[in-house]
Design a binder for this molecule. Structure first.
Ligand SMILES: *Cc1c(COP(=O)(O)O)cnc(C)c1O
Length: 459
């Protein structure tokens, strides 16, 4: 191959080539994800039911499974241009180190102060809240990336931002908290005594380190009780996956420039929005019969929603105030161990990805956290980027496949999502380096116990 045709280390697309619309994969799905249900009546949720909790325009996006493209408003596109397009990196250094014939690419979403892909949806949600004339928004944050992203978006647009941060992260990551406060957000450890649901959970589990499901309940309660506020969510919902489609659309534009066809596309799965966004345009091609790809969701063994969960209607939050969503779930009362990938400690999964998984269109696998940190280190030492523990779940599986190719000689093309950086996770890295990190999988009993509290829904 001449030097001219050589694929560069970083495939950048031009600002002018950036996608002008988000892609709604649901429009191309034959089996649509199941509708959201009212938590009490179990009737299909209408826009009116959702209006007290969510912003109007976001509700319209949430409920729409037929419109394929949503134009990205100019103000959001201008914000995107501060940190996008994100590079698609050819991991030449890693390939050489592994001696693999595989070709490895990663889409790097950590190139902004919040350090993750979450800013892609934060700015969209803050924009629609502002447009509706709201005063502020409330939300939860696990590891802190979503809260940080939302703080940045809110301060840019002049909205108030109230964040409930899962207690173990609040304590493990004081610096994240200060970044949020730098951007003007107020941050409360969850469960807190500020809300009815927080007080109830504390009374039942005084030693709890918190969970995303619990922080969501607190944020919803505060939003619905405060004039001019709505609640916004960093993952799980289909509107978030819609905004995150920018990741996959840019990836596809970059790959198409060099006529690269991936064999396998890998992403970590917390609530599913980054993975859903990355794979959306490729999955669309697969469903339409235009191309075939292998998709792999990677989850922590401590919170295995796809691989050990049930495909059932469940509450999105511990307090059972959010709509019911049909998804792969461990049960909303499931409390995952306090592992070091806070962004992946969610009991459920996005409903679109759940349907795709149920239909056999994608795969899922679990990894142990000590293996994840070993992979993170292996990656950091040759590619330079210090990855987030969440992102490193995808790295681990990409490395495994690339190492397999060393044995088989296959020249597989691997694309994975590198969702963010791990600068605020150095306490976790420290534990790993000191040999103090342990692996932990929930027992069947723990999972069965949470399953027994699933709501009974007649479908
Ligand atoms: C939140 C987060 C995740 C999980 O993303 P989902 O879209 O919820 O699956 C992964 N990586 C990083 C760095 C995150 O901040």
């Amino acid at each position: 191959m001449s030097d001219k045709n050589r694929i560069p280390y970083k495939i950048y697309i031009e600002e002018s080539e950036m996608p002008s619309a988000w892609y709604n994969l649901r429009a191309d799905m034959i089996n649509k994800p199941a509708p959201l249900l009212h938590p009490e009546t179990h009737e299909k949720m209408t826009a009116k039911d959702l209006a007290g909790v969510f912003c109007d325009e976001l509700i319209a996006q949430e409920l729409d499974d037929t419109t394929a493209y949503f134009p990205i408003p100019e103000e959001i596109r201008n914000f995107y241009k501060m940190y996008r397009p994100a590079p698609l990196v050819r991991a030449y250094c890693l390939e050489e180190k592994l001696g693999t014939p595989a070709k490895i690419y990663y889409k790097f979403e950590g190139n902004n102060t919040s350090g993750s892909h979450k800013l892609n949806s934060a700015i969209a949600q803050a924009y629609y809240a502002k447009n509706q004339g709201l005063v502020g928004v409330t939300t939860e944050t696990g590891a802190g990336q979503w809260g940080t992203a939302l703080s940045m978006a809110c301060s840019y647009l002049g909205l108030d931002c109230k964040v409930y941060m899962v207690k173990c992260s609040y304590e493990q990551k004081p610096h994240r908290r200060e970044v949020m406060r730098t951007y003007g957000a107020s941050v409360t450890p969850s469960p807190s005594t500020e809300t009815k649901i927080g007080r109830k959970i504390l009374a039942e589990h005084p030693d709890t380190v918190g969970s995303l499901g619990c922080a969501i309940s607190e944020a919803v309660e505060t939003a619905t009780n405060t004039e001019g506020y709505r609640y916004v969510l960093g993952s799980v919902l289909n509107q978030v996956m819609l905004h995150q489609s920018i990741i996959g659309l840019e990836t596809k534009i970059a790959l198409d420039k060099y006529n690269i066809k991936p064999d396998v596309i890998i992403g970590c799965a917390g609530g599913g929005s980054n993975l859903g966004g990355l794979i959306a345009p490729f999955m669309g091609e697969k469903i339409r019969g235009e191309a075939n790809y292998r998709f792999i969701a990677v989850e922590p063994e401590s919170c295995p929603s796809f691989t050990r969960g049930k495909y059932a209607y469940d509450y999105c939050d511990t307090g059972m105030v959010c709509p019911l969503s049909k998804m792969y779930t461990l049960g909303s009362s499931f409390m995952p161990a306090a592992t070091h990938a806070g962004g992946l400690r969610y009991h459920g999964m996005n409903s679109t990805l759940s349907q795709l998984y149920a239909d056999g269109l994608m795969e899922a696998t679990t990894v142990k956290q000590t293996e994840v940190f070993a992979a993170a280190e292996e990656f950091a030492r040759v590619e330079g980027i210090l990855p987030a523990p969440e992102s490193s779940h995808a790295i681990k599986v990409a490395l495994d496949i690339a190492k397999e190719c060393v044995k088989t000689g296959e020249e597989k093309t691997i694309v994975f999502g590198l969702t963010g950086t791990g600068y605020f996770d150095m306490m976790s890295y420290e534990k790993f380096h000191d040999g103090r990190m342990v692996d932990s999988a929930p027992s069947d009993e723990d999972i069965e116990k949470a399953f027994s509290k699933l709501p009974h829904v007649n479908e």
